[in-house]
Design a binder for this molecule. Sequence first.
Ligand code: EPU
Length: 342
Amino acid sequence: MNIQTQVQLKPFNTLSLDAVASHYVKIHNNDELLSAVDYAKQQNLNLLILSGGSNMLLPEQIHALVLHMDIQGIEILSEDESSTIIRVGAGQVWHDFVLWTTQHGMYGLQNLALIPGLVGASPVQNIGAYGVEAGEFIQTVQVYDRYAQVFSQIDAADCHFSYRHSIFKDDPNRYIITHVSFKLLKKADLKLNYGDLKAAVGDEQTAENLQNQVIQIRQSKLPDPKEFPNAGSFFKNPVISQSAYDQIAQKFPNLPHYPQPDHQVKIAAGWLIDQSGWKGKKLGMVGMFHKQALVLVNYDNAALHHVRAAYQAVQQDVFAKFNIALEPEPVQFDQEGMICSH
Ligand code: EPU
């Protein structure tokens, strides 16, 4: 175990925020994880779990032990005539893993191609895109339980997956995810209901083509963090009651909306931001992307307080126009490495 001190995390968070960690270690396996947890206990340091860094807001100084999860490996656990169960290390790059499943005739995750981040983070906020959520294909999540101080596994049903949510968000200090097991199909069951995906896929209804179309759609409107540092959708799509929606719809009949199974209505935050004049607009070095207003971009070395000033201005303008409070999607950390509210 190689614990380093005063490590710059700018290359490890996709918003490219300047953030120096007092202590940092890369974790390649469960033994190293245990040693790091022990070290933090001895030194009285909080743990900050760093995965792909694509959904986090970091302050400039962090006094904590950063565990940079780098557990690799894809292993087939079992298969029958219709499905394959595979166990994947938390440190595998999500998009590469999706491509690998498609190449190996394992289907389900194709709509989730090109989502940034690592496999270990996929259950945390139940990543989703184009009508599919990772939780639909997760079978178990293998964790280190910091409360019970044991390695264990949690069945998908007990993860309580919902829109951008799971038990891992309810109690972020309890579990460190080491591996995720997925149950994937041998025969593709293409999910083409989202937006214009069906038209994009056209007559060539194969998993490979679906995956390629998703990649193309994402590339056409979502900025590459290497060129425009960003954290994907910066706000969640608000989910409101049917009656609240009916009221807004009277004034704004074009508001894109998606009825939910629980009779609530999800509305498009990108549209609200766009209509509030923020598409392509900047406050200092931070702005909302010109092709997709839901994505906040760090255009020039912004620190967390610049990001906060910009997103709060967006929140205020959307609230003033629509009376809707937007909730940021990325997780914010304090200087002690603890998750804090926005
Ligand atoms: N819209 C605008 N202006 C904009 C952006 C969007 O009017 O600047 C409208 C679009 O025209 C569309 C609606 O808003 O009618 C929804 O837009 P889109 O289909 O692009 O999806 P989204 O709601 O903005 C969500 C996810 C994305 C995911 C896409 C596709 C959230 C917070 N975001 O975005 O996830 O890729 O759907 O499924 O749920 C992410 O979480 O980081 C992410 C990129």
